[in-house]
Ligand binder design. Structure first.
Ligand code: SF4
Length: 293
């Protein structure tokens, strides 16, 4: 687990670093959670399945980053994808997270609920991949909704089938990564399949949920006009659910982690998009009628 002092550089998405949003960290790491030490392996697996515990990388309180208002963002451990531009390869393995009791997480939401209501904020689950532990996440969301707290799921949608329609009920907003517009590019970027993301976005739309799409712009990888057009068409298939699209320029803030973990880093010399490319891509989405940040 990384020291808290490094915490703010470990968010998996690039919004924090690539946008000029005001952001304030009040705390972070895994402070305040009792860990269920002593459970044997079989009990841990059963508790994970039921959602009685979740494996958590870290959490923080922030403003206007992972959804509206002041939010508690919980970074879950474990991810089935291997994105070339991942900022947090240290979240890939669930076993590297710390087990946290469901009740402890719900108490934490309860503690901040007045702050969330006053700022129109709430709780966001991120990762890693938040849908890798659907029982834990959905039970916390259900408790949050009972307290009147806004809920936001930050996900690639790759594990679409992990989330039941009933679980969708307790999501107010989804930050959905549409990492590329065709299967081949998506696979090159992530090692996974695109179709589950499309399916998940369409399910959210059908259920009347709101979506903020996130698209990471990497020169030579995701920036072709054709790829961007395909991403725009996928977003169109979500209809009115899409409130805006965040176009996030690639940057190198995640590079030290790949080095620390001794994982070969495919974007070692990537410099990120220039202003002209950013503008062209933003205009492509705007031409499809989307608001772009
Ligand atoms: S979805 Fe991609 S960027 Fe996000 S944690 Fe997994 S590998 Fe990293």
């Amino acid at each position: 687990m990384m020291p808290d002092s490094q915490f703010r550089t470990t968010t998996r998405h690039m919004l924090r670093e690539s946008k000029t949003y005001a952001s304030q960290t009040l705390m972070g790491g895994l402070s305040g959670f009792e860990s269920p030490i002593g459970l044997d392996r079989r009990d841990r697996i059963a508790a994970l399945k039921s959602g009685d515990i979740g494996f958590v990388h870290s959490w923080d309180i922030n403003t206007s980053v992972d959804g509206p208002g002041t939010r508690m963002t919980v970074f879950m451990s474990g991810c089935p994808l291997r994105c070339q531009y991942c900022q947090n390869p240290d979240t890939w393995k669930m076993r590297d997270g710390k087990p946290v009791y469901l009740d402890a997480m719900i108490k934490k939401v309860d503690r901040y609920k007045d702050l969330f209501k006053a700022t129109h904020g709430g709780i966001t689950f991120s990762g890693g991949e938040s849908m890798m532990q659907p029982a834990f996440v959905s039970r916390v969301f259900h408790a949050a909704k009972e307290m009147g707290v806004h809920t936001c799921l930050d996900t690639s949608g790759f594990l679409n089938t992990n989330y039941t329609d009933e679980m969708l009920d307790d999501i107010d907003l989804c930050l959905l990564d549409v990492k590329s517009g065709d299967e081949q590019t998506y696979h090159e970027v992530t090692g996974g399949l695109l179709q589950p993301t499309i399916d998940f976005g369409q399910r959210l739309a059908k259920a009347g949920k709101k979506i903020w799409v996130r698209f990471v712009l990497v020169p030579g990888l995701t920036d072709s006009e054709e790829n961007v057009e395909n991403v725009a068409r996928i977003c169109e298939s979500f209809g009115d659910a899409v409130e805006h699209i965040d176009v996030l320029g690639f940057h190198q803030l995640g590079r030290p982690k790949w080095h620390e973990l001794r994982i070969p880093y495919p974007l070692e010399n990537q410099k990120g998009p220039n202003a002209a490319t950013r503008e062209r891509v933003a205009n492509q989405f705007k031409d499809h009628g989307f608001t772009v940040y």
